[in-house]
Write a protein that binds this ligand. Structure first.
Ligand code: ATP
Ligand code: MG
Length: 375
């Protein structure tokens, strides 16, 4: 799929912009604080129906304005479709070809994206929450129904946690939540294991491609209830049975500590570099390369399902050394996906495949096309 045009109104610091983006590479460049990430955020919001850095929509609306609107034309698997997303205090609009959207899956069938931004370094160096959400997002990218399971599990977990915290629930009440939790947890863990199967081999390859053949071997594994041998898929019924057993052994502890102690909400994705957890040992540049490899693996897993999400990369200028940057650009050149890049210095990107690039200069929220790709 390709986003062939983008129009935003009163989005962040952009009063109005119209971009013709029918190219494989869309490059947004400009100095700091000009609106590059804001534009990428608009594309992400259009594809994902929420921002990656702001949960309150009011902050997305340009200061002193009342509403915000993003329009996009997508050419892809489902033909040529016009998307409109708009928000104001009074209304919330999501339209495909002028019709209100009833099912979110219809929207996601039109436009999907994979995002890389500097904050994603936390996937490697941060806590398990970031890594679990990466796995959940990657699973969602290939199989959107995953989101429903994540939400249902989280809802039951919240109820159970509230009950434990209140210290008013007896064993029977906790056990009744546990039986629901075990069923959903089994599905969640099995789906994550399937996602990991899809990601593992493309991840190893993408990492080798970016970091170079002498940089060590990077591998993925899951720790916790949903752990599986490399390449192994899990049977949800089997995980549910294990989960039920753990829940029953841990019941007294959970009641005593008033917390949910077991379940896939405690699982972790371990990224190893030459057998050592990257979380503890990876350098800044290594961490970035690993995150990029995870994102490329997510794209490859989607490709194997016949999907071609957009690849959005924010602020590629820092932290990768010259040779890693050159190799990354070669990898991007070989993809079929539309790639959006923001950078303060386009020279860092090196040569992009000629003819299939559009470049925009972003300055103080204004967006100007550049006829020549920047040197
Ligand atoms: N709702 C808003 N209304 C007006 N301006 C906003 C709003 N939200 C953010 N901004 C401004 O948008 C500007 C540009 O932000 P953005 O994150 O896009 O910069 P950038 O070009 O990516 O810069 P950098 O290279 O530093 O990452 C910031 O100065 C910010 O204050
Ligand atoms: Mg930025």
């Amino acid at each position: 799929m390709r986003l062939v045009s983008l129009e935003v109104a009163d989005w962040r610091n952009v009063a109005s912009a119209q971009l013709d983006t029918n190219a494989r590479f869309v490059v947004l460049h400009g100095d700091n604080a000009q609106g590059k990430t804001n534009l990428l955020e608009a594309v992400w919001t259009l594809s994902n129906l929420r921002s990656f850095r702001e949960s309150r929509y009011q902050r997305l609306i340009r200061h002193e304005c009342d509403s915000v609107q993003i329009d996009g034309m997508v050419v892809g698997e489902s033909g040529r479709r016009r998307l409109r997303w708009a928000r104001s205090a009074a209304s919330r609009t999501m339209q495909i070809d002028g019709q209100n959207v009833r099912q979110l899956r219809d929207w996601f069938a039109v436009l999907r994206a994979v995002l890389f931004c500097p904050e994603h370094g936390a996937i490697i160096r941060g806590g398990p929450v970031e890594r679990r959400s990466f796995v959940d997002r990657a699973a969602f990218t290939t199989r959107p129904a995953h989101l429903d399971v994540v939400r249902q599990y989280a809802r039951v977990l919240r109820h159970k946690a509230a009950l434990l915290r209140s210290r008013k629930g007896g064993r029977v009440q906790v056990e009744s939540w546990n039986s629901q939790l075990a069923l959903l947890g089994g599905q969640l863990a099995a789906r994550r294991a399937a996602a990991l199967c899809d990601l593992s081999e493309p991840f190893v390859e993408a990492h080798r491609a970016i970091a170079g053949p002498r940089s060590g071997v990077a591998t993925l594994r899951m720790r916790g209830l949903g752990r599986a041998a490399p390449g192994e898929r899990l049977d949800p019924a089997v995980v549910t049975a294990q989960f039920i057993e753990k829940l029953s052994t841990g019941l007294d502890d959970e009641i005593r500590q008033a917390r949910c102690l077991v379940g896939p909400h405690r699982d972790d994705l371990v990224v190893d570099l030459d057998g050592h957890p990257a979380r503890n040992f990876a350098s800044q540049g290594q961490a970035r390369s690993l995150v990029l490899a995870l994102k490329l693996a997510e794209l490859e897993a989607a490709r194997r399902q016949g999907l071609a999400p957009l690849f959005l990369l924010d602020d590629l200028t820092s932290e990768l050394d010259r040779s890693r940057m050159v190799r990354l650009m070669e990898v991007l050149a070989d993809l079929k996906n539309q790639v959006w890049l923001t950078t303060t210095d386009p020279r860092w990107l090196g040569p992009l495949p000629g003819g299939d690039v559009v470049s925009y200069k972003v300055a103080a929220g204004r967006v100007e096309p550049l006829s020549e790709p920047p040197e």
